[in-house]
Design a protein. Structure first.
Ligand SMILES: Cc1cc2nc3c(=O)[nH]c(=O)nc-3n(C[C@H](O)[C@H](O)[C@H](O)COP(=O)(O)OP(=O)(O)OC[C@H]3O[C@@H](n4cnc5c(N)ncnc54)[C@H](O)[C@@H]3O)c2cc1C
Length: 502
């Protein structure tokens, strides 16, 4: 007879009728409901293997969720019989030999940031949103405010523990390491930007940073002693088309000029929220490493340069903060107005600044009469250490961009779905009109980010270019990802609307 699991150790199963059901059926984006027959919430890797084996034996549709921040309906569609919710698989610890830091996929960015700092005085270039899960973030490459200094999250990956389904439909737990050859090496590589939900269920990532980013015997980069942080508001009332174009154009130009790795300027990272005018303001969030940018001169010069010679001035808030406090100050919240919203997003990598015509398109859409309190284009710093690697070194091919944009809109009322998505499509497709409505790889742009997924890229009404959706996300790396898919998920157990095809 099977011994009953001690209280708190059993795999939790949640089915309709449970008081937790309604909460579980939504992730971050409330546009999509996730309605399987049941959720299973494992706490251990072997429980993932067992639940997956049962699902495969019964030919069930299965998917998994870590932090639930997927922008598209990858987890709920096609309708699943079973969703493994990995929120309880969230330990963060050094490996037994002390050579790597092991992080389980349900750990959130905020949890990992705190643990890395408090336990080891270290940091990884994790994302800006503290509630994003490591499960999806790392598999898609992952970037954040330290990326110009430290590269992508996946650049620090040393091993992936993953439950896979083989040709005979047997579920196996395998560990793929950075130095593995052959198919295991390909499975590892596929997790450096191939995206979640493609090859199996990751039960842990192990990190060990490249030698040139480590110091003092640490496994990962040392966290800075402090951060210079500023959140600066530019009221729309102060802006006209010319000054808008000046500020945005200069933001891009600074990044083109300062895109080299290892420079003091690479310690600066900024996010420019170009909010729709119904939000009343634009917001610049900018930080620099206070151990490098001592006194904050680089940051101050960057900020002053945006408005120099114009009548526009920003309203600043911030200052010098210790590392973890500064990081939390700059992070996107896991509470308040962002909760419960429906949303849609698009993305672009930028090699060079937009043209004057593109900025005019942007200005027109941001100042239209659209109800866009939560509609914006977020332009993020890129380049620096990210661009030290080549396009094929990891599965994330975009290695010579200088900025990355996320086009986003959020709303509460389902009746606004068409209106809000229509605004987003019009702004993005007109902005990229010269290249078929999407940012094809060329002189100015270099495709899209798989972690900001957008099913419109598969739709000829919205992607009128000759570049396919996978050209835009993966470029020449796609065929190698398909080979890994055929080797590691031959039955296509793991699939969604933008998954790697067999
Ligand atoms: C508000 C917000 C802020 C963001 N900020 C950033 C940022 O600063 N930097 C950045 O790089 N990205 C950012 N993102 C994008 C984010 O990286 C992706 O949405 C990522 O996929 C989320 O991971 P998750 O585990 O939270 O998502 P989930 O919704 O749980 O999963 C996303 C996909 O990965 C799959 N998946 C999840 N866990 C696993 C696993 N263990 N094994 C295999 N597949 C798995 C899922 O099945 C799904 O297909 C942001 C997104 C949002 C909504």
């Amino acid at each position: 007879m099977t011994k009953p699991a001690p209280p708190g150790k059993a795999v939790r199963e949640i089915v309709p009728g449970d008081s937790r059901w309604a909460e579980l059926t939504h992730s971050d984006n409330h546009r999509f409901a996730i309605v399987p027959d049941r959720f299973v919430l494992p706490r251990k890797g072997h429980q993932v293997v067992a639940a997956l084996q049962d699902a495969v034996d019964d030919r069930l549709e299965v998917s998994c969720r870590s932090g639930g921040h997927c922008g598209e309906d990858f987890i709920g569609a096609p309708r699943r019989n079973l969703v493994l919710d990995l929120c309880g698989l969230n330990r963060i610890a050094a490996t037994d030999d002390g050579q790597r830091i092991r992080v389980e996929p349900g750990a959130t960015v905020g949890e990992v940031q705190k643990a890395l700092f408090r336990d080891w005085g270290t940091a990884l270039p994790l994302g800006a949103c503290s509630a994003v899960g490591m499960g999806g973030l790392v598999a898609g490459g992952g970037y954040g405010p330290l990326s110009r200094q430290l590269g992508l999250v996946a650049d620090h990956l040393a091993a992936v523990e993953i439950a896979v389904v083989d040709e005979g439909r047997k579920v196996r737990a395998v560990t793929a390491r950075a130095d593995d050859d052959g198919e295991l090496g390909e499975l590892f590589w596929a997790h450096t930007g191939g995206g979640g939900g493609n090859f199996g269920i990751v039960t842990a990532y192990e990190f060990r940073s490249p030698a040139h980013l480590r110091s003092g015997g640490r496994i990962l980069p040392k966290a800075a002693g402090g951060l210079n942080v500023q959140k600066i508001i530019y009221p729309w009332a102060m802006l006209d088309e010319a000054t808008f174009a000046t500020l945005v154009g200069r933001f891009f130009a600074w990044h083109e000029e300062h895109d080299r790795a290892g420079t003091p300027e690479a310690s600066l990272f900024a996010t420019f929220f170009l909010h729709h005018k119904s939000a009343q303001f634009l917001q610049l969030m900018v930080q620099s490493d206070a151990d490098i940018d001592v006194g904050g001169a680089i940051l101050a010069e960057f900020v002053a340069g945006l408005t120099e010679g114009t009548a526009v001035f920003g309203i600043p808030r911030g200052g010098l903060m210790t590392w973890l406090t500064g990081t939390r100050y700059m992070s996107q919240a896991d509470c308040g107005d962002v909760m419960g919203a429906r949303s849609a997003s698009k993305s672009a990598y930028h090699r060079s600044a937009p043209t004057g015509d593109q900025l005019a398109v942007l200005y027109r859409h941001l100042t239209s009469d659209h109800p866009g309190q939560a509609s914006y284009v977020m332009v993020n710093s890129y380049g620096g250490e990210i661009n030290r690697r080549g396009s094929a070194a990891t599965a994330s091919p975009q290695r010579d961009s200088t900025a990355k944009s996320s086009w986003f809109t959020a709303w509460l009322d389902p009746a606004q779905d068409d209106l809000q998505i229509g605004w987003l499509r019009a702004a993005y497709e007109e902005f990229f009109a010269a290249t078929g409505g999407v940012p094809v790889s060329g002189a100015a742009t270099d495709g899209c980010y798989i972690n900001y997924p957008d099913v419109d890229l598969k739709d000829a009404r919205h992607n009128r270019s000759t570049a396919t959706w996978h050209d835009l996300y993966y470029g020449a790396n796609y065929e190698r990802l398909r080979r890994a898919k055929r080797a590691w998920d031959p039955h296509d157990v793991f699939h969604h609307s933008l998954s790697i095809e067999l």
